[in-house]
Design a protein around this ligand. Structure first.
Ligand code: OKP
Ligand code: ZN
Length: 351
């Protein structure tokens, strides 16, 4: 399996996120990737390579709204232009257009534009957020190329910030660019007629779901904490099945907080059966390891050995079809290295 490592991930380093009326240290830290890389040094799973961004900007414009990409590309400079002292602070949204407000007009005011293009106050925009996110999307593209003519059956985009909460024109949930969607779109454009995205992060992949909701060529499935109680709250219910040509091509498997291996594995088997029925030619896995019992912000109780079985089961179900694994969440930093590499080891053994 090819591992595509984002060399610029540390340039995104949020200081504080809003949580219950307080600004608390960000959970989404550079150590999350560093620990996976260190574990790959101890238990190598394939060559570690750098991303290639050729063709990336055009591809990004087919996944995200051009005005959103333009905003992100210059947001930090706009923020600092407000006040040079802002260079020492992160930009955190604090105002949003909800039902009944205009979302078609882009305000001139920076705070208003930041809110237009986001959905929470937990995702600080920093000096290097754009560089890190863009290089991460390049990792997803490079991983997709590795499995479509690049001589590999599987590849892993080892990157942060994560991506599955980011939609066509919004950031949030620590995500700016939807890396899994970039990989899926790249697989489609490389000739895979039907692509599946399987999201096994603890949190519902609302961005991925919304990007492909009306498309028949990309099947999206997500296993996650029930949005009645778990972030991102406003999407991820079982009755969301796709719309228009995409009707029947979205599968949500919400599970209650506290779910352990037996319940989680049954959901995985159901998702893999649905992928088989869909007839996916290639697959993208949004790999969050925040389903771990020790995760500080999540509520499932998987243990480290379970991750080997997850990798094995997914790769076995794909039967050798191309698979791009994309790193999403996982915040128990001392365990994410072992847990991610366990998945990759299981996938390598079966794929
Ligand atoms: C990103 B990914 C929980 C606060 C939730 C946002 C969580 C984003 C998760 N107490 N804050 O899906 O791992
Ligand atoms: Zn998550």
């Amino acid at each position: 399996m090819r591992i595509v490592h984002n060399p610029d991930h540390h340039r995104h380093q949020g200081r504080l996120e809003m949580f219950r009326g307080r600004l608390v240290p960000c959970h989404e830290t550079p150590a999350r990737v560093d620990h996976v890389l260190a574990e790959l040094g101890r238990r190598p799973q394939g060559p570690v390579v750098l991303p290639d961004d050729a063709g990336l900007d055009a591809l990004l414009a087919r996944v995200h709204a051009p005005r959103y990409l333009a905003f992100l590309g210059r947001a930090w400079d706009d923020w600092v232009a407000l006040d040079p002292a802002n260079a020492a602070l992160d930009a955190i949204p604090s105002v949003w257009p909800v039902r009944g407000f205009r979302a078609d007009l882009e305000p001139d005011n920076f705070a208003a534009r930041l809110g237009l293009y986001s959905f929470d106050a937990g995702t600080p925009l920093t000096a290097g957020s754009w560089a890190a996110a863009r290089a991460g999307a390049a990792c997803a593209l490079t991983a997709a190329r590795a499995v479509t003519g690049g001589g590999e059956r599987q590849a892993f985009a080892l990157t942060r910030p994560p991506g599955h909460h980011a939609g066509a024109d919004f950031f949030g949930g620590y995500c700016f660019l939807n890396n899994a969607a970039v990989a899926a779109q790249a697989l489609r454009e490389a000739g895979a007629a039907r692509v599946a995205v399987l999201d096994i992060d603890y949190h519902h992949g609302n961005g991925t779901q919304s990007l492909f909701y009306e498309r028949a060529d990309v099947f999206t499935a997500s296993i996650h904490g029930d949005p009645r109680t778990e972030y991102p709250f406003y999407l991820g219910h079982a009755d969301e099945r796709g719309a228009g040509p995409g009707l029947g091509h979205n599968l949500n498997l919400p599970l209650p907080r506290g779910t352990g291996w037996a319940g989680w594995a049954a959901a995985l088997d159901a998702a893999l059966a649905a992928l088989g029925t869909f007839g996916a030619d290639a697959c993208v896995v949004s790999l969050g390891v925040d389903t771990y019992a020790g995760d500080p912000i999540s509520g499932f109780t998987l243990d480290s050995a379970d991750y080997t079985e997850i990798g094995r089961r997914i790769a076995a179900a794909l039967g050798g079809r191309p698979c791009v694994w994309v790193y999403e969440g996982g915040y128990a930093v001392d365990a994410v290295g072992v847990n991610v590499v366990n998945v990759l080891e299981g996938a390598n053994a079966a794929g």
